[in-house]
Design a protein around this ligand. Sequence first.
Ligand code: C5J
Length: 226
Amino acid sequence: MVSVKARPYDFELKPGKTALVVIDMQRDFIEPGGFGDALGNDVSRLSAIIPDTAALIALFRERSWPIVHTREAHRTDLSDCPPSKIRRGNSAVKIGEEGPMGRLLVTGEPGNQIVPDLAPHTGEIVIDKPGKGMFWATGLHEKLRGAGITHLVFAGVTTEVCVQTSMREANDRGYECLLIEEATESYFPEFKASTIEMIVAQGGIVGWVASLDDLRAALEEAEAAA
Ligand code: C5J
């Protein structure tokens, strides 16, 4: 067990039973011309977390610990996209329509790829999820359970939408969840801040939040003592 300084209290991370989940670090949300941009957001806020997210991924790769990457992605015929989701919002370009990086939020399109600096390595799990949460219609719970995973460390975007939804879904399935503060972001700084407060409120009703430095220090300290 590795004790990580966290809010609302130390997180007990179990090596061998912990996976990193990197939510939706795809060009659609992070680069100009994608879905996030089409909805009128300032995408530069999200690209700013790429270096810290890469450093977090490196911590897991150095230890050969499991890593899951998700993408919000729909089938090319949009059969897994509810019409209500397509209708929602007032952007000129909708899900499934052509943008500068191909069809928005459609699997296989250039915009649907994870940003190059965080590209998955061979052997890492890549999940295309049609919803905001990572367990809806993905089979991920069965995969994680099969690998004996009980603890999840979270990163990615956006904090209050797909990250928080996935953490809540993970809670309902019995996982212990830790969010790394520098490796998650929102288009709205106040939403990131309030999501973090929601997660740690009431004794960690959704989970724990720690800094990247505190996670790194805890891992190195535990390894030095071993
Ligand atoms: C959104 C996400 N914001 N990955 N998706 O639509 O948070």
